[in-house]
Design a binder for this molecule. Structure first.
Ligand code: PMP
Length: 295
């Protein structure tokens, strides 16, 4: 699904066949989860392949490496250029892009001085599908922000996301919703959350969540379109009185919820602010809005 005999990856300065890429089995990333990754999308726009918010994604990747003390010297612009070249070599315009920084062999708990960079890409539809989601509140909480850097995509952090997703799927649900250590609603295992009440949107503030690039885009779209939105903590009980709810993320894009545990969101998705934002987001990533705004 992710690669075939022809697929090319960027690996430590070279474009090589994915099937020829090998990794060190003594890598600290494999043993202890000390690696950093990104999830980016490219869209086939009228002007060809366009990587959405490449600078912002690579800035977050670099920040992750920095806080983990991983030596990493590429600039955001260099990484963007490499990624466009990678898309071209794979003949992909609509693609999911996965940069991954791994560390070398080191069984001590000090960051290895060896760094590897790989960038992979593949064709990927909507990660959470097109249907409204049935979501389960997880028994797992988002990590305490004093225990790690919650705003970075460090590979090891994703064990928390895997635990909650496994739990939700095993119980017959589509996705998991996680609370923070204080009992407030935090986010989905791989996406941010917004709720709508009386026409106004609410989303948890930064602190216990991933500062999603899609979340920031949706906040910008709300501002531009005059949609009322507030960054504010809310509880599960409040969310279960909301009219509507949606998740945002690079892989998920903007996707509505049908239900949370036993609670069904009463507002028709097509009449919600989330639905409007789903359409606006699609136009934004396809560069259609900029053109419309310029006219
Ligand atoms: N929360 C978590 C835990 C994530 O892994 C992601 C995906 N990076 C998001 C939210 C959404 O972030 P973004 O919009 O930048 O993809």
């Amino acid at each position: 699904m992710y690669f075939n005999d022809q697929s090319i990856v960027f690996y430590n300065g070279k474009f090589i066949k994915a099937k020829d890429a090998t990794a060190n089995v003594y890598s600290q990333s494999l043993h202890y989860g000390n690696g950093v990754f990104e999830g980016i999308r490219a869209y086939n726009t009228e002007n060809g392949a366009k990587i959405f918010k490449s600078f912002e994604h690579y800035k977050r990747l670099k920040h992750g490496a920095e806080v983990m003390n991983i030596q990493f010297n590429y600039t955001e612009d260099e990484l963007t250029e490499i990624t466009y070249e990678l898309l071209k070599r794979n003949e992909l315009k609509d693609a999911y892009i996965r940069p991954l920084i791994t560390t070398g062999a080191n069984m001590s708990l000090l960051t290895s001085t060896e760094t590897n960079l790989m960038i992979q890409c593949w064709e990927w539809g909507k990660y959470m599908g097109d249907k409204l989601l049935r979501v389960k509140t997880s028994k797992f909480q988002r990590p305490n922000p004093n225990s790690c850097f919650v705003e970075t995509k460090v590979t090891g952090h994703y064990v928390n996301s895997i635990l909650s997703t496994n739990e939700a799927k095993a119980a017959g649900y589509d996705e998991a919703l996680l609370l923070d250590m204080n009992g407030n609603v935090a986010e989905c295992s791989g996406a941010n959350v917004f709720m709508e009440k009386d026409g106004k949107l609410y989303t948890p503030p930064r602190g216990h969540i991933m500062a999603g690039i899609t979340r920031a885009t949706v906040l910008e779209l709300c501002k531009e379109e005059g949609i009322s939105v507030e960054e504010k903590h809310f509880t599960l009980e409040e969310l279960k009185q909301a009219d509507s709810c949606f998740f945002t993320g690079t892989a998920a894009e903007v996707v509505g919820l049908q239900s949370l545990d036993e609670y069904h969101f009463p507002l028709e998705w097509e009449n919600s602010q989330g639905y409007k934002l789903m359409k606006l987001y699609k136009d934004e990533v396809l560069d259609v809005r900029k053109k419309a705004k310029a006219v």
